[in-house]
Design a protein around this ligand. Structure first.
Ligand SMILES: Nc1ncnc2c1ncn2[C@@H]1O[C@H](COP(=O)(O)OP(=O)(O)OP(=O)(O)O)[C@@H](O)[C@H]1O
Length: 240
């Protein structure tokens, strides 16, 4: 289990994350959602050891991370693509497979390319890819390592609706062997997660299955939960 305990993070004088404690259960898709700028990417970067947190701890199966050994078991897809633009899509896949020391059969390379619908474009240089194609290639690369933990920062931005559905089907298949943490702005995607963490005001304002959260707030969609939270905040502010 991925366990975050009392984690806080500041940039200069600005506190971004304050005393966050949360458990991310194994073999489930946990969705991290919240308004832009609430610190979702920062939290993920803290988990990956890409940002140093100021206080608290992050552990996977009781081992404090970042830990080099455990990092090999984490697949990460960042918002900004880190692809080699002078290589083709196929060469990027081969390069990263080599880096992960994975021997991939031609068949599994092609099925990964098929999943993200890049089979036809695999021999094109990435510099000639559209934004959506680069996202799809990054997603394919994050999936290559068949990691125990898969952390995806807005994986379906710029991806058309039909492909999005295929990708979500695949993510649900992957959870048999992996634990997934996904950030999203898209509320119908939030409903496809097994668990949600709603981020607001430097912390987790609500958590549970999508259905549990809707029932707790007596609303019919997750956007309304954020509106309710906002209203409560105004009420509290006017009382003080
Ligand atoms: N390296 C940095 N230095 C200073 N401030 C930063 C840095 N990285 C992020 N921030 C600030 O931290 C806050 C949270 O940013 P973050 O990218 O984590 O939000 P987010 O919830 O992922 O947003 P979005 O949904 O728009 O991607 C923002 O106010 C941002 O400006």
């Amino acid at each position: 289990m991925l366990k975050i305990t009392d984690l806080s993070k500041r940039f200069g004088k600005q506190t971004i994350l304050q005393n966050i404690s949360v458990d991310i259960p194994n073999n489930q898709i946990t969705g991290l959602i919240g308004p832009s700028g609430t610190g979702k990417t920062t939290l993920i970067k803290c988990l990956m050891g890409m940002e140093k947190y100021d206080t608290g701890s992050v552990t996977i199966n009781n081992v404090t991370i970042p830990n080099r050994k455990i990092l090999n078991n984490i697949g990460y897809m960042a918002q900004s693509d880190s692809l080699y633009h002078d290589l083709t899509g196929l060469e990027n896949i081969q390069f990263f497979a080599h880096m992960y020391k994975r021997r991939m059969s031609e068949k599994s390379v092609q099925s990964t390319l098929n999943l993200v619908q890049l089979a036809q474009e695999q021999n094109k240089f990435v510099q000639h890819y559209s934004g959506g194609m680069k996202r799809r290639l990054s997603l394919a690369i994050a999936l290559l390592n068949q990691p125990e933990y898969l952390i995806l920062d807005e994986p379906t931005v710029g991806i058309d609706p039909v492909l999005k559905l295929n990708i979500w089907d695949r993510l649900h298949e992957l959870k048999k062997n992996s634990t997934l943490l996904i950030t999203t702005h898209i509320m119908d995607e939030a409903m496809k997660c097994d668990q949600l963490l709603l981020m607001k005001n430097k912390g987790i304002a609500a958590s549970g299955t999508p259905q549990e959260i809707l029932e707790t707030f007596q609303v019919s969609d997750i956007d309304q939960v954020f509106l309710e939270l906002e209203e409560k905040e105004h009420e509290n502010a006017s009382l003080n």
